[in-house]
Ligand binder design. Structure first.
Ligand SMILES: Cc1ncc(COP(=O)(O)O)c(C=O)c1O
Length: 364
């Protein structure tokens, strides 16, 4: 049985009429860049998250970059973030002129350990970027308390955490600004690159919309960049949005079934959810000392897996200049050779799930 890591075609087939209609509407309107479909999605996404504004943009990486510039980052400013994320979180700090300051994750959740942040705050620190990695909300209360105490801004990187909550409140509503990726494989994914930036701050929203669209249409009040959402992506996201809650529940059911089938198997450590936090299972990531052998066995059995990510960020050549040692981020370092992301998607069948669990159990 061949089991993909995600099955975007199955999702398309489940809502084919809606998607085809959405695409046809953009072509009929020739609304290829921004346009009514994008504006409607911006309103719908802001309402879904529970914030005043959503500024659409070209992808989740630009969203971070634009957000940092909006908050007035200056050359040499330090930004604290997690050692375990996708590089968009940190490459944009550097590109915006800032300096990346890494903090280790906690032992259980793959998210930034708030207890380690205070020691990294210096007079040059301007902000914190918590990443709700794999779909689990970060421990936001201590992060927001530190930010308030030291006058720092917070940008939540919600690229993997659409609809996740912390103590009952949706992620994306804590930070000064929060950013989303709608990359095709994300929990809410377009059919190409797309991103969104949300905030309750009218001034920031206005600045980001202007900056992302060449500094203003007609009257360029400043120099900006071209980071616009395509009409097709806005229409597709708008068609998919009404299904997001049901898809999130389906992901949780897949995760719960994996939990049942894999508990007690070998040395497997299954995803752990910390108290007050919630998980939308963008990824279901297990840990084992036999990671490479297990991955090989699953691949031979036709089961696709992924490494998110092969290395913790400080240990990539891109950050060699910081000279970090394994002991600087022991949890993130240990995880890089132990993590394995299993297939998970809302349309995953019970048979496919059982086949993955069987194949894993065989190895132990
Ligand atoms: C944690 C995180 N931040 C930012 C991004 C950037 O999003 P995009 O691929 O839309 O640029 C991603 C996407 O993979 C991500 O996983």
């Amino acid at each position: 049985m061949k089991i993909p890591f995600v099955d975007l075609h199955a999702q398309y087939l489940s809502i084919k009429t809606e998607i085809d209609g959405a695409i046809a509407s953009v072509i009929a309107d020739t609304a290829f860049i921004r346009g009514p479909q994008v504006e409607a999605f911006e309103r719908a996404w802001a309402a879904t998250v529970g914030v005043k504004h959503c500024v659409s943009c070209a992808n989740g990486t630009d969203a971070l970059y634009i957000a940092m510039l909006a908050l007035g980052i200056k050359p040499g400013d330090e930004v604290i973030t997690t050692a375990h994320s996708w590089i968009s979180t940190t490459e944009t700090i550097t590109q915006a002129g800032g300096r990346v300051v890494f903090v280790d994750t906690d032992a259980d959740t793959f998210t930034i350990d708030p207890a380690l942040i205070a020691a990294k705050i210096t007079p040059r620190t301007v902000g914190i970027i918590p990443v709700h990695l794999y779909g689990q909300a970060c421990d936001m209360d201590p992060i927001m308390a530190l930010a308030a105490k030291h006058g720092l801004w917070v940008i939540e990187d919600c690229a993997q955490a659409h609809l996740a909550t912390y103590k009952g409140r949706q992620v994306g509503t804590f930070g000064n600004i929060s950013t989303y990726s709608f990359y095709p494989g994300k929990n809410l994914g377009a059919y190409g690159d797309a991103g969104g930036i949300v905030t309750n701050d009218d001034r920031l929203a206005d600045w980001m919309a202007t900056f992302a669209r060449h500094g203003g249409k007609g009257e360029h009040i400043m120099e900006g960049i071209n980071s616009r959402m395509d009409g097709l992506q806005g229409a597709i996201l708008g068609a998919k949005l009404p299904h997001l809650r049901a898809w999130t529940e389906a992901r949780r059911r897949v995760a719960a079934r994996y939990d049942e089938l894999l508990t007690g198997v070998g040395d497997l450590v299954l995803p752990k959810i910390a108290p007050g936090r919630d998980h939308v299972y963008h990824l279901y990531v297990i840990r084992t000392a036999k990671r490479d052998a297990l991955r090989k066995h699953l691949s031979e059995a036709g089961i696709s897996t992924s490494l998110n990510y092969p290395k913790a960020l400080p240990y990539y050549p891109a950050y060699a200049y910081l000279g970090h040692q394994p002991s600087d981020f022991p949890n993130a370092y240990a995880n890089q050779s132990r993590i394995l992301s299993l297939p998970i998607y809302p349309e995953m069948t019970a048979d496919a799930l059982a086949a993955v669990a069987d194949a894993i159990t065989t190895v132990f």
